[in-house]
Each structure stands twice: as structure tokens, then as C-alpha cells.
Design a protein around this ligand. Structure first.
Ligand SMILES: C[S@@+](CC[C@H](N)C(=O)[O-])C[C@H]1O[C@@H](n2cnc3c(N)ncnc32)[C@H](O)[C@@H]1O
Length: 281
């Protein structure tokens, strides 16, 4: 059988996986309000069985586990071994029992048919090399009438937390080539018409795609913001791999630029996402 999503497996299992784990709490601060909005829309009920796709370090899986209660259950699914190891530890430290983790690719995992009430994801479904195949596969696991709710990034240019910092870093670092529209990656679904088409073709019903835009803190100080964002997005791995003088240049330039984003709360930047819901017919 042809192995799928190889580039993403490679990416999330090596340097990026370790970086993601090391930045866990700061990523949670940044993604928190966006993920919470998707959770609100999913509205998990006591006793439900839910899957968290691309669960990462399991912050949302743990929240889901609390919401469905002891009679419900959560599966956190991810392709990254180092990230899932952290997720398991996270659940153990929080004494969460109604949760299980699966090292699996949502695009071809053999879901037990018609068994789950809901599927959730916080920024974990934009990395499939065949999104229609992936969303058709995910649909199989749901009970009839079951629901999907996820948050993914909207227009890249409206996400200055990544756009601004990447543009600056590109002056000093060799960044991976900018992904073509629709290519697997954070902005695969920035075009809502394409996203709607993917979900339609995959067999979902009653699709809703709503914009959710917020400003959020990327650091309490300019220094903290530059340190954090230099390790996020496409610059993350090239920055880690670069020599100290290059790192200093990147950080200096980010710090200069972030002066324009300082508010009384810290360094505040713009985030724009789609909150997506759909149902199994
Ligand atoms: C941007 S991170 C989001 C992690 C987490 N949901 C959060 O909000 O912190 C994307 C996650 O999706 C996972 N992922 C990527 N492709 C996947 C796939 N095909 N199946 C399952 N997980 C996948 C990655 O390993 C990574 O942990």
C-alpha cells in the first residue's frame, strides 16, 4: 500500500514535533480562544464519544474529556510520536481516565464504522495530501447525524502573527518554498469555497464556515514575542538550525517590528480562522 502524508509525518515526527512540545503552553495561550470557539460550537454532551484529530499535546482532548464526563470517551489521534508521548503524559498527570491516544493518520485510519458522536479538531486537519479522501474516511467513523467541528486558519494575509514574522525572517533565513494554495499546510483551507467543496465532495451535509477573528497576545513583552514567533510557522526549523549570529539578526528585526504591535496587554497580533461545522447525512 502506498504510504500517504509522508512529508507531514516526517515534519511532525522530527524537529517540529519536539519544538511543538517545547512551546506547548505558549501555543495554548495563542490558540486557546480559537479552539474554545470551535469547542463551543461542537457543544459536547455528557456520555458522548468524540475524536480529536491532530490532537497535538492534548489540551483540547483533555477539555473534551471533561465535557463528555466519565460515561463518555475521547480519542486523541495524531501522526506524531513525540507529540503523542507528551499528550499521554499530560493526560496521566491530570488523572484523565476517559481518554485514549492513537498514533494514526486520520486520512486512512480504519475507523470503527458508525461509532462516534462527534469529531473535533483545533488546527489538525489542514495537512492531508488528499483532503477529500481524509474527510470521507473521517465521516465513516461517525454515527448517522453525527457532527464535525473544527477550526482552521483563514486568509494568510489576515494572520499577521505568521505573515509579518515570516516576511521578516525571509531576509535572513532560507525558508521552505511558500506552499501553493491548497497544498497541505496551515493555510490549505484559507479559501472557504475550496473548503466547502472538499467537505461536500467527501459526503458531509449542512456545512457551515464562519469567520472568527481576534487579536491575541503573542508575548507579554517584545522579547518574549520574538522568542516565541521565531520558533513558529515556516521559520521555526530553519531558525533552530541557524547559527547564533543569524538568530540574533532575526530576533533583532522581529523585536523592532513588534514595537508597532505593543498594547497595554503585551504584543497583540491579528488572527483569522474558520470555524467549520458539518454533519453526517
Ligand atoms: C498545528 S498542530 C495542532 C495540534 C493541536 N490540535 C493544537 O491545537 O495544539 C497539527 C497537528 O496535526 C497532526 N497531524 C498532521 N497530519 C495529521 C494526520 N494526517 N492525521 C492525524 N494527525 C495529523 C500533527 O502531528 C500535529 O500534532
Amino acid at each position: 500500500m502506498r504510504e500517504i502524508n509522508l512529508d507531514q509525518k516526517e515534519f511532525w515526527n522530527h524537529k517540529k514535533g519536539k519544538l511543538w512540545v517545547s512551546l506547548g503552553p505558549r501555543i495554548d495561550d495563542m490558540f486557546g480562544p480559537l479552539g474554545d470557539e470551535a469547542l463551543k460550537v461542537l457543544a459536547p454532551k455528557k456520555g458522548e464519544n468524540v475524536i480529536d484529530i491532530g490532537c497535538g499535546t492534548a489540551t483540547t482532548s483533555l477539555k473534551l474529556a471533561g465535557l463528555v464526563g466519565g460515561k463518555g470517551s475521547v480519542i486523541g489521534m495524531d501522526i506524531s510520536k513525540p507529540i503523542l508521548e507528551y499528550a499521554k503524559q499530560n493526560a496521566k498527570e491530570n488523572s484523565i481516565k476517559n481518554i485514549e491516544f492513537l498514533l494514526a493518520d486520520a486520512q486512512n485510519y480504519c475507523f470503527i464504522g458508525d461509532s462516534y458522536d462527534a469529531i473535533f479538531s483545533r488546527f489538525g486537519v489542514m495537512f492531508f495530501d488528499d483532503p477529500v479522501a481524509a474527510f470521507s474516511n473521517i465521516l465513516k467513523g461517525l454515527k448517522s447525524g453525527g457532527r464535525l467541528a473544527f477550526v482552521c486558519w483563514a486568509d494568510r494575509s489576515a494572520n499577521d502573527w505568521i505573515e509579518v514574522s515570516t516576511n521578516i525572517a525571509s531576509n535572513f533565513l532560507e525558508l521552505p518554498p511558500k506552499a501553493a494554495p491548497r497544498d497541505p499546510g496551515p493555510f490549505a483551507f484559507e479559501d472557504p469555497l475550496y473548503l466547502n467543496e472538499v467537505l461536500c465532495d467527501a459526503g458531509w451535509n449542512e456545512i457551515s464556515i464562519e469567520n472568527y477573528s481576534v487579536t491575541n497576545i503573542v508575548g507579554k513583552s517584545i522579547k518574549e514575542a520574538a522568542d516565541f514567533l521565531s520558533r513558529m510557522g515556516p521559520m521555526s526549523v530553519p531558525f533552530e538550525d541557524s547559527e547564533e549570529p543569524v538568530k540574533s539578526k532575526v530576533i533583532d528585526s522581529l523585536e523592532k517590528c513588534f514595537v508597532d504591535y505593543v498594547t497595554t496587554r503585551g504584543v497583540e497580533m491579528h488572527f483569522s480562522a474558520w470555524i467549520v461545522t458539518a454533519y453526517k447525512p
